[in-house]
Write a protein that binds this ligand. Structure first.
Ligand code: HEC
Ligand code: HEC
Length: 242
């Protein structure tokens, strides 16, 4: 939570933004439109990659379907906490969440640059530290390279590891805060919780700033597989593979 506060976007303003948007979304939900695409138009109020000025909402288009499905279930079942997402997924059956995940995994709109947010404040020393963590990790702190799991191009890996480019730095910082406080959880062993516990806040800010400043390839797709085994076991990956 401390990370959210420092990011310049206190959690309360995010909650208020969600409530304001909820008014826009509710009628769409109540009207029960015909097609899946029409029903999911409400999601784009926040997750559209077009005209996105907000420094917090994550891109969901083009992420691996198994990853999206895991997250929708995590919100529904209390392993992630954002109120509007909890509301949107409440009582939805697994089969429908799977359908929604497949729909967004197959969307590939172009990547706009990630919103500047806190990354704009990073100096060259922080960016160098961030790049080193992403590419090589930090063996002294037992932190594997982010690329060892998220892929050499950072586009994610099928079926359940997300890409890291095009995400706002403030969103990434908030996720690390949530792993540290256990507000965000995944199936055990929860590799990101382990990594978050080993990274201090300066390292998180460095990595998120460098990531947010990279320009994603417009044709980026998740890798089909990694060339080597994961450096730490991740329960969410094993679960999705079944
Ligand atoms: C009011 C804004 C809002 C609406 C509407 C909304 N979301 Fe979200 N969504 C968010 C925010 C903010 C997050 C990040 C929450 C957090 O900090 O964990 C999120 C997270 C997610 C994630 C996890 C992303 C990731 O990379 O881990 C998925 C998947 C998702 N939303 C899907 C949907 C779907 C599907 C819909 C429509 C049914 C939807 N969202 C509607 C705001 C919204
Ligand atoms: C051992 C493999 C592994 C390593 C190393 C790793 N990650 Fe992850 N990461 C994952 C998995 C698996 C997930 C999906 C977790 C889930 O399902 O909630 C994930 C999720 C994430 C997310 C959530 C993305 C979103 O859209 O919400 C972020 C951010 C992230 N990792 C950043 C990093 C950074 C930065 C590093 C390097 C410091 C790193 N990861 C290293 C496996 C790894």
């Amino acid at each position: 939570m401390a990370a959210c506060m420092r990011s310049g976007m206190p959690i309360i303003s995010r909650v208020l933004a969600a409530c304001a948007l909820a008014c826009a979304c509710l009628p769409l939900r109540a009207a029960a439109p015909e097609t899946l695409e029409q029903r999911l138009a409400a999601c784009l109020t926040c997750h559209s990659v077009k005209e996105r000025g907000d420094a917090y909402f994550p891109r969901i288009a083009g992420k691996p379907a198994g990853y999206l499905y895991n997250q929708l279930r995590n919100f529904r079942d209390g392993r992630r906490q954002y109120p509007m997402m909890v509301y949107m997924t409440a009582y939805l059956p697994d089969a429908y969440l799977r359908e929604i995940a497949d729909y967004f995994a197959n969307q590939h709109p172009p990547y706009p640059p990630a919103p500047a947010g806190s990354a704009a404040l990073a100096d060259s020393a922080q960016l160098a530290r961030g790049e080193a963590l992403v590419r090589n990790g930090d063996p002294a702190k037992k932190i594997p390279a982010c690329m060892a799991c998220h892929g050499a191009a950072l586009t994610g890996v099928e079926p359940a590891i997300p890409g890291l480019l095009g995400l706002p730095s403030d969103y990434i910082n908030a996720q690390f805060g949530a792993w540290k406080s256990q507000a965000r959880r995944a199936a055990a062993p929860d590799c990101m919780a382990t990594i978050a516990a080993r990274l201090n806040e300066a390292d998180v800010a460095a990595a998120s700033a460098w990531l947010a400043r990279q320009t994603p390839d417009a044709n980026a797709r998740p890798a089909a597989a990694l060339p080597q085994p994961l450096p730490l076991a991740c329960g969410s990956v094993a679960g999705a593979a079944k």
